[in-house]
Design a binder for this molecule. Sequence first.
Ligand SMILES: *Cc1c(COP(=O)(O)O)cnc(C)c1O
Length: 409
Amino acid sequence: MAEHDNETHGTGTRLVGAGRRAAWTGTADHPGAVVNPPVYRASTHLYPDMAALRSAPANVDGNFYYGRRGAPTQWALAEALTALEPGAEGTVLYPSGVAAIMGALLTVLRPGDVLLMTDNAYEPSRAMGRGLLKDFGVETRWFDPLDVAGFEAAICARTKAVLLEAPGSLTMEVCDVPALAAAAKARGVTVVMDNTWASPLGFPALERGADIAIMSLTKHVGGHSDAMMGSASAGPKWQRKLRLRAQGLGNVVSPDDASLMLRGLRTMALRLAQETASALALAQWLEARPEVARVLCPMLPGSPGHDLWARDFHGGCGLFSFVLKGGTSAARDALIDALSLFGIGYSWGGFESLATPVDPAAIRTASAWPLPGMDAADRFGVRLSIGLEDTADLIADLERGLAAWGAAA
Ligand SMILES: *Cc1c(COP(=O)(O)O)cnc(C)c1O
């Protein structure tokens, strides 16, 4: 079988072929003998003789060396992710999305540097700024993602990196990534972007100005709520540095988990398309309900950042939030408890739907909640991750939830 041409084919074709090098899916006698790279469970790699050990190959994927540098199962996943990210020279795998974010920040920052972090960043990213980065001499300052001029003004001589996320966690505002990235680059600031929501299928982060594109593979790529992993893809400027820093931190992912991620990757476009369509239908239904003050869903016209989403993104996903009209925290709990098809849990991007409460006021420091234009009483939110259940069933479930909210509010 000829290796797939990832430059010219469409997304579905690229997802099917990416990473399936014949040398990794067969033997020397029969390259490409099986469809998927086998699970290489290997800590020790063996050398045929001393000459081979003495001339150990370069530190790049594709060379057996020692288990911590992976084997074909991990290399195939890294290569597949690189093929999906336009502008990427390589991809480094991490044991979780959080490890990928920290691995990238520890690559681009030094003691004394300032990191600018979007105020709607994933909370564990914020915790890095308050905790580990602070302990190691990096100062984190948070900025309002919708205020490009304020962001430019916040850049100082010590600013070395910015962490973006679009749409942001919980409140889902889409920032102007190209404008923020251009302002950062003009001042020599490295742009790190958490692109978990859209993935490269929906947002080519490097093409839009990011230097390093991060994903929690735990979400869309895995897609089945059974494995955790993260990735960082970058062009030539950062790729090697990311790799060496990840090795210095001792990061390695298991071949079993890499195999699960490769399996998930093959169906990712289908799942995303279905979840996006279902989420949009639910968002429209919620928007028309009297109990709902605001739907925060980038795919929904009128939602905060929808215009930027329509301009810069090729697709969406099943994750969005909505805010109830007044009520109490207990009434919101009653809503979530009344749902039978939505699990209560912190993850998203799986085949099964999930619901969690949204209370950003407690963690934001540089932007307003409720969002500008919203009533102060409208502050109890719910985040939904829409899975592959039938849309009509999910709507009926939400109807039960809103009835429980009405009885409790
Ligand atoms: C879940 C998540 C992460 C972290 O991923 P893990 O694999 O759970 O460590 C990072 N960023 C965003 C936006 C997430 O939702």
